[in-house]
Design a protein around this ligand. Structure first.
Ligand code: 5AD
Ligand code: SF4
Length: 447
């Protein structure tokens, strides 16, 4: 009946992937995707509650939409609003009190219920909610509309069993559940046959894949099997340092399509804080992993997550984190100020470090993060790197942009006579003549 929809996504790659499935399901219903909330008859918020800032942003956006006029020509008399993802799971029914104009709430295990819930609201005009704690089914065969034709996220496990003391994820995404090995390989094969060049295996903790499948097969087997589909580029995220095995590290030496880049969240450089965070590794163990990774694949690009201002963090703890960043030489560090999440064990800890002290530490850390990224990128100057092109630069339309195997953004002028659409999804050699903090630039060979 000519409905339009818009999906607003916050948070991690898992959420972005869930959104691709939401788009697929809504298109299956016959609804049409539009570019903005104003034009949409149905707005779906895919939410994140890992930090407080995301909560606040959702409430702001979801409240202000109430006053936004429906497009002329809409078959509805009121815009339909649905909240899914982690806040949907955490807050459930409460959201209807905070946002009375809300129609549907669905949890992280209830993606497939969304079309039914929306249809029910359309027919019966009452709000609907579904937030089961754990699903026994893996959301395997939901239709998916991918953001890029040449790249695919492939979930191999959902949920998390680690219960880091600051983190809400295990409470909103449930216990770790591995997808069947055969389903993963079949989906990878379908992607490769349809022209996908890059697959990213996804999970809160990919390295513990298979633990709930009686320990077999293991993550290393998944890497091997997906590599054998002939995919050009293979990546995975996220890895927990306590579960990164020698077997998986060795794949960086032996599996050619496994890209030389790894995101390995450290969270802190202080053993005392790591213990308080329940991370179950020491910084010495973490550093040993990095040495092994570099032995397996020299030049591997390493990125990490760091939390600044965990309750009780002293200047000495912080300096150990600073030293870690300074010494490792990461290509990218995602830094977060600790955000108290009700219901997590860390929320009960005394948290009396003044805000200004935490902000000052955070700023100090950003400086060393940027220096590290700049220095890492200098290593590519003068080199020729294969770049998988994604589109044109946001700022300049004549500049094409893509990623190196190390996952660094690379810009290059579009060669004369070439259309950007012919370049997107292809890999070309680029000779790097400029290396900045967050990108490289150069010229496409033969251009
Ligand atoms: N406060 C700040 N950062 C957090 N993260 C997770 N929980 C919190 C929190 N309560 C960060 C961690 C994690 C990343 C995805 O988000 O660094 O690796
Ligand atoms: Fe959260 Fe820790 Fe699980 Fe990551 S490993 S999702 S930080 S509980």
């Amino acid at each position: 009946m000519g409905l339009t929809f818009f999906v607003q996504t916050y948070g991690c790659q898992m959420n972005k992937h869930d959104s691709e499935r939401v788009v697929g399901m809504l298109e299956n219903l016959g609804a049409v995707s539009v570019e903005s909330m104003e034009e949409a008859d149905i707005v779906v918020f895919m939410t994140c509650c890992v930090r407080e800032a995301a909560d606040i942003r959702l409430l702001g956006q979801a409240s202000s939409i109430k006053n936004m006029r429906l497009r002329s020509g809409s078959p509805l008399d009121k815009r339909m609003i649905a909240i899914g993802g982690c806040i949907g799971q955490r807050d459930g029914e409460k959201l209807f009190d905070e946002l009375p104009h809300l129609d549907v709430v669905f949890g992280t295990n209830n993606l497939s219920s969304l079309p039914g819930l929306l249809e029910d609201v359309l027919e019966n005009g009452r709000h609907r909610i579904e937030t089961v704690e754990e699903s026994t089914l893996f959301p395997n065969d939901l239709p998916t509309v991918r953001e890029h034709a040449w790249a695919a996220w492939l979930p191999i496990a959902i949920g998390c069993n680690n219960f880091c003391t600051y983190c809400i994820v295990p409470y909103v995404r449930g216990r770790e559940k591995s997808r069947s090995f055969d389903d993963i390989v079949a989906e990878a094969r379908r992607y490769v046959e349809s022209g996908v060049k890059e697959i990213t295996l996804l999970g809160q903790n990919v390295n513990s894949y298979g633990r709930d499948l009686y320990g077999k097969p293991r993550f290393g087997d998944v890497i091997e099997a997906v590599a054998q589909t002939g995919v050009e580029r293979l990546r995975f995220a996220t890895s927990h340092p306590k579960d990164l095995t020698d077997e998986v590290i060795a794949k960086f030496a032996t599996v050619d399509c496994l890209m030389p880049a790894l995101h390995l969240p450290a969270q802190s450089g202080s053993n005392r804080i790591l213990k308080e965070m329940h991370r179950v590794y020491t910084i010495e163990h973490y550093r040993a992993l990095i040495d092994k990774l570099r032995d397996a694949r020299p030049g591997i690009s390493l990125s990490t997550d760091i939390i600044v201002g965990f309750p009780g963090e002293t200047e000495d703890d912080f300096e150990q984190t600073y030293k870690l960043i300074e010494e490792v030489g990461y290509s990218q560090v995602f830094t977060f100020i600790y955000s108290k999440r009700e219901g997590t064990p860390a929320a009960k800890l005394v948290d009396d470090t003044p805000r200004v002290v935490i902000q000052e530490r955070f700023d100090r850390l950003r400086t060393v993060v940027e220096r590290g990224a700049y220095e890492y990128n200098q290593l590519s100057l003068g080199k020729t790197v294969p770049v998988l092109f994604e589109g044109s630069s946001k700022k300049q339309s004549g500049i094409a942009t893509g990623r190196s195997p190390e996952n660094i953004t690379v810009h290059a002028p579009l060669p004369e006579g070439m259309r950007i659409d012919d370049l997107i999804g292809t890999t070309r050699n680029v000779t790097v003549d400029r290396a900045r903090t967050w990108y490289l630039s150069g010229t496409i060979a033969g251009a």
